[in-house]
Design a protein around this ligand. Structure first.
Ligand SMILES: *Cc1c(COP(=O)(O)O)cnc(C)c1O
Length: 422
């Protein structure tokens, strides 16, 4: 073999032992920790096979049947399959599968419905909204005028009457609903009524709950909205990417907003992986998985409450819950660091009525999707709740965290994420 060809064939382990090692370390870290990050999950091997295929080098600007390069007959079929599967799963008239991530999908959605400078009404990041809904530090707040609603500081719930009042005041061109940290069902019909009344478009970002929607465990926003966006890697359990679903009347503008307005060529390996992931959603196994995600989240909330901790809104309707640490007077930054010492991974999060800051909020967010993927059920949830409560109630006890860490590793060994090597 000539030298240039041998570069093409050499295995990662031989060519770049440093990166190979770090990937293995990361796999091991995952195997030995309990992941309660509500936005994370473990993708299926079938999807990872697709994303690590030769397609990861493909260039394919344009859309199936209207590309700027030749040689894309197989790629066109793959993207068309992804599109038709996405439409079918969510009952949408049109789907775009090219957005590189959820944030970019949202910007594409805004650009397809709005003119620069138009008014948006969306949920505040501090109340559970997302950066890309117009947070101060995000480009969206520089391109558009953004007014944001929150949740009731006492109940933690969306106050639809108040949102309606704000809409009547600011007269938005677009109302955005959907959140990254809202543990309750979202009433899309109610949002539709508000948007209609003020003559605004309605968009839902269902990134967190799309898996619940796909399996009929949360109302589907698609019939109520002009555009619906979602990431693919949270409850949907695919590799990282995004879907944008819309009514036919917005299809052409949406496709042009993704390409050429915002992006060049799409990542076709990931589109293939998303097509595979979409095929998972209609299986019995996936529906059962989501059912267990919900049961695990509910049980975790009840058990933490029984152990004396406070859950914002008093519980959860979905895959996540917000633990309010203000009664314990310990901040979420500290708690997440202490839990990591015990191999329990969470993220700090603001909670309704939070008196802390973004760096030191008085809450943590807990989600059940990843741990349910590795097969943890009610028995394990009870242990996890006890470990979390123990760490929070005894923050000075380092030996306790070491003991829990050993128990966590032991539990993780009994529930490997992937049962065979790659
Ligand atoms: C995760 C998330 C996103 C953005 O995802 P990225 O892929 O990280 O850009 C957008 N909206 C909501 C509600 C999310 O939770």
């Amino acid at each position: 073999m000539d030298a240039a060809r041998s570069l093409l064939e050499v295995k990662l382990r031989e060519f770049d032992p440093q990166i190979d090692r770090l990937i293995r370390d990361e796999m091991r870290r995952n195997e030995e920790t309990i992941n309660l990050i509500a936005s994370e999950n473990y993708p299926p091997k079938s999807a990872m096979k697709a994303i690590s295929s030769m397609l990861s080098g493909v260039y394919s600007e344009g859309y199936p049947g209207e590309r700027y390069y030749r040689g894309l007959e197989n790629i066109d079929k793959i993207e068309s399959l992804a599109v038709s599967r996405a439409k079918k799963v969510f009952g949408a008239e049109h789907a775009n599968v090219q957005a590189l991530s959820g944030s970019v999908a949202n910007i594409a959605a805004y650009l397809s419905l709005l003119e620069i400078g138009d008014q948006i009404l969306s949920m505040d990041i501090g109340a559970g909204g997302h950066l890309s809904h117009g947070a101060k530090v995000n480009i969206v707040s520089k391109l558009f005028r953004v007014t944001q609603y929150g949740v009731d500081p006492h109940t933690g719930l969306l106050d639809y009457d108040k949102i309606r009042e704000m809409a009547l005041n600011v007269r938005p061109r677009l109302v955005v609903c959907g959140a990254s940290a809202y543990p309750r069902t979202i009433d899309y019909a109610r949002f539709e009524g508000i948007a209609r009344e003020v003559g605004a478009y309605l968009m839902a970002d269902m990134a967190h709950i799309a898996g619940l929607v796909a399996t009929g465990n949360h109302p589907n926003p698609v019939p109520h909205c002009d555009i619906v966006t979602t990431t693919t890697h949270k409850t949907l359990r695919m590799t990282r990417g995004a879907l944008i679903l819309c009514r036919q009347e917005h299809a052409a503008k949406l496709d042009r907003a993704v390409f050429p307005l915002l992006q060049g060529g799409p990542h076709q390996a990931n589109i293939a992986a998303i097509a595979v992931g979409l095929e998972h959603l209609s299986t019995y196994e996936y529906k059962d998985y989501i059912r267990r995600v919900l049961a695990n989240a509910r049980l975790l909330a009840t058990e933490l409450q029984r152990l004396g901790l406070t859950i914002s809104t008093g519980g959860t309707d979905n895959h996540l819950l917000l633990l309010d640490l203000s009664p314990q007077e310990i901040d979420g930054d500290r708690v997440s660091t202490l839990l990591e010492e015990a191999n329990i991974i969470v993220n700090k999060n603001r909670v309704p009525g939070d008196k802390g800051t973004a760096q030191k909020p008085f809450g943590i967010r807990l989600g059940s999707p990843a741990l349910t993927t590795r097969g943890l059920g009610p028995d394990e949830i009870l242990s996890i709740a006890r470990w979390i409560a123990d760490v929070i109630l005894h923050p000075e006890d380092q030996a306790l965290r070491a003991r829990i860490r050993a128990e966590v590793i032991d539990l993780c060994r009994r529930f490997p994420i992937y049962r065979s090597t790659f």
